[in-house]
Design a protein around this ligand. Structure first.
Ligand SMILES: [Zn+2]
Length: 200
């Protein structure tokens, strides 16, 4: 089955992924941890969560990679028949083709994809758009909060001074500026207010 769990920035998606993955490992099941190569938050292989849980990805998926082939070679390297349980972090960065491939394999594999639904301009990422179309099980990772205490639903790009940025490329690679992402409620995202009066 193909699962998609989406959540806003700061909703501890990766921590949830790593905890769920642990339950499968504890049962002795063969689990593969996958991340798209575009995520460079820490280093190439690390799956990193803000609450402190980390793990090393088994597969770093480049945009041109076939997940079927990558899982095959992982199984060969480890002397297993297969890795039927696959956890994908930052799944919004998957390509449409990779999501289609997972859907086609979902009768024999469990794919647990965690990621953002929309970008800082509230547009779909290619991966999340494909997952929302094709996933058989879709759920929200709750817990993301705006500074005002309301539920955060909007991913927001801010600069080093906390100014909300509404223009630019969907993904910034090797970006020299001090850019961060936070979750805001719709109202504060629309108004472009990234913090309360007392937080400065
Ligand atoms: Zn708010």
């Amino acid at each position: 089955m193909l699962h998609f769990f989406y959540g806003v920035m700061g909703s501890s998606k990766t921590a949830m992924l790593l905890m769920q993955r642990y339950n499968y490992i504890a049962q002795g099941l063969h689990v593969a941890l996958v991340k798209p190569a575009i995520d460079t938050r820490i280093d190439h292989n690390t799956v990193y969560s803000r609450v402190g849980l980390n793990a090393c990805a088994d597969i770093v998926l480049e945009p041109g990679h076939s997940i079927r082939e990558q899982l095959y070679w992982l199984a060969v390297r480890n002397g297993h028949n297969d890795f039927p349980y696959v956890f994908v972090d930052e799944a919004q960065f998957l390509t449409e083709e990779q999501v289609q491939e997972m859907a086609d394999m979902s009768d024999t594999h469990e794919f647990f994809c965690y990621g953002l639904k929309t970008d800082f301009q509230s547009n779909f990422f290619p991966g999340s758009s494909a997952l929302l179309r094709l996933a058989e099980d879709i759920g929200e990772v709750p817990g993301g909060l705006c500074w005002c205490g309301c539920k955060a639903t909007m991913n927001t790009r801010i600069d080093g001074q906390g100014n909300v940025i509404k223009e630019g490329a969907q993904v910034l690679i090797d970006n020299q500026q001090e850019i961060r992402y936070i979750g805001l409620c719709y109202k504060h995202w629309k108004l472009g207010v990234s913090h309360g009066p007392v937080s400065e």
